[in-house]
Design a protein around this ligand. Structure first.
Ligand SMILES: [Zn+2]
Length: 456
């Protein structure tokens, strides 16, 4: 059991919060927590002093994580990736389907689901592939994955685009039966053949093959029209250009059931970084221009973009520490996402901590359909910070800062684009169903966790 004294729920006025038996047992004025506990039998209370400064958020939920297991355990495992997630303040992650074997059957998604439960760091929600083997030719067994023990609700060929409009239409129609969503990696493959970075001034000057913004925008435009046509739910992964924001804004105004995500790196970095030829900045979709960065920040602030999702993409050093053309696409993000959102959106006055809770917890939990109690699923995420709710919460110190060092991160891979950068915001504690997975900034191994908490 935990007494969180003098913490600020959603960045508001200081309060005392008690976590007991997996639930938020009490939220009240400073000093009330001790009185609440005195009314019952409460041995083994662990106190955390928030010093009227630490911000309490609902546990973060990532809609877009690559955990690499099965198949690339040299880059990450479910255990190491969810441990990194906990360190970053997450209590649930959606594990993308581009594993080996692909998460395209009930058997594979159940395996990933089980591995997540055994690891115990965060709830793992497997994403199902839309097409068999991400091949883009035949629909995978969407219904079998939805009915499996993993209860899949998000389907994506992420890494690849479902570019065949007939298949995309069928997938959108199919997922309606179980309230699922198709999460599209929007990339017209014929417009991006051989592309290595954003197409623009920088690509022309440094001589790398460019990736036009329209390759993303054309697919998003097509897909919002398809989603409207079949009356289904569409989610746009890692939107990265100004016109993509415009298209989603237009679609939402029409009443299309579309949601969108942006990554921390697209909120912070531009294609100018490619001038270093440092492959840590190579990512799909590519880093764009400053005008695009401004547009995605605006879109996130005004609600056009619903979610910040990490697209955490760990790679072993040999796949990144090589020449740009040969390097893998992708960067890690679980342990730095909250800090980047604070730096770009909160400290700039564009968003409140309540907004942060919305884009990093409430909205992703709703899109993944883990925001309410459902048969066969653990307690929900993205809930209000109120008595009776599940104790999936995160405590962050917004006044602290740290210098990012990839080699010192919890993830098994070191490919962060933020190496050496000083960022605000440090996750002090993460609680999954009332048990600390992180305390005083340090991961708590499962064997050290008890119902009462951990020994101080
Ligand atoms: Zn992707």
């Amino acid at each position: 059991m935990y007494l969180l004294r003098g913490v600020r729920p959603l960045g508001g006025e200081p309060a005392d919060v008690v976590l007991r038996e997996g639930r938020i047992a009490h939220v009240g004025a400073p000093g009330s927590g001790r009185r609440f506990l005195d009314d019952g039998v409460n041995d083994g209370v662990v106190e955390v002093d928030g010093e009227d400064r630490l911000v309490l958020l609902p546990g973060l939920v990532d809609l877009h994580t690559h955990l690499r297991e099965p198949g690339r355990e040299d880059a990450e495992t479910v255990w190491s990736g969810t441990r990194a997630a906990a360190a970053g303040g997450f209590t649930a992650v959606h594990a993308m389907a581009n594993t080996t074997p692909t998460q395209d059957t009930a058997g594979v998604v159940e395996q990933v689901w089980r591995l997540g439960q055994e690891a115990g760091w965060a709830d793992v929600r497997p994403v199902g592939a839309v097409t068999v083997g991400l091949g883009g030719e035949r629909l995978a067994e969407l219904g079998a994955m939805a009915d499996s023990a993993a209860r899949v609700r998000v389907f994506s060929d992420d890494g690849l685009c479902v570019h065949d409009p007939v298949l995309m239409r069928r997938a959108l129609e199919y997922v309606k039966a179980f309230d699922g969503v198709v999460a599209q990696h929007a990339q017209e493959p014929r417009l991006t053949q051989g592309a290595l970075m954003n197409e623009g001034v920088v690509s022309a000057e440094i001589g790398l093959a460019g990736w036009p913004a329209v390759a993303e925008e054309a697919i998003i435009a097509r897909d919002v029209l398809l989603a409207e046509h079949v009356g289904s739910r569409l989610h746009v992964c890692h939107l990265s250009t100004a016109r993509s924001v415009e298209i989603v804004r237009w679609a939402k105004a029409r009443g299309v059931d579309v949601t969108a995500e942006v990554t921390p790196h697209h909120l912070l970095l531009t294609d100018e970084r490619a001038r270093t030829y440092d492959a840590r900045f190579k990512v799909n979709p590519p880093l764009r221009t400053q005008a695009d960065v401004e547009a995605v920040r605006d879109g996130l602030a005004d609600g056009t973009i619903d979610v910040v999702a990490t697209d955490h993409a760990p790679h072993p050093v040999e796949d990144k520490d090589c020449e740009w053309a040969a390097a893998a696409f992708g960067m890690t993000g679980l342990e730095t996402a909250l800090s980047v959102v604070q730096a770009t959106m909160v400290d700039t006055g564009r968003m409140s901590w309540a907004d942060v809770a919305r884009v990093l917890s409430v909205a992703p939990a709703r899109i993944g359909r883990i925001d309410e109690a459902r048969p066969g699923l653990p307690d929900p995420h993205g809930r209000p910070l109120a008595a009776g709710e599940p104790a999936n919460v995160t405590l962050v110190d917004p006044a602290a800062s740290r210098t990012v060092r990839g080699a010192q991160q919890v993830t098994a891979s070191a490919n962060t684009p933020l190496e050496g950068m000083e960022l605000p915001g440090v996750v002090v504690a993460t609680f999954l169903r009332g048990r600390a997975t992180v305390l005083r900034g340090v991961p708590v191994e499962r064997t050290e966790r008890t119902a009462e908490g951990v020994l101080p």
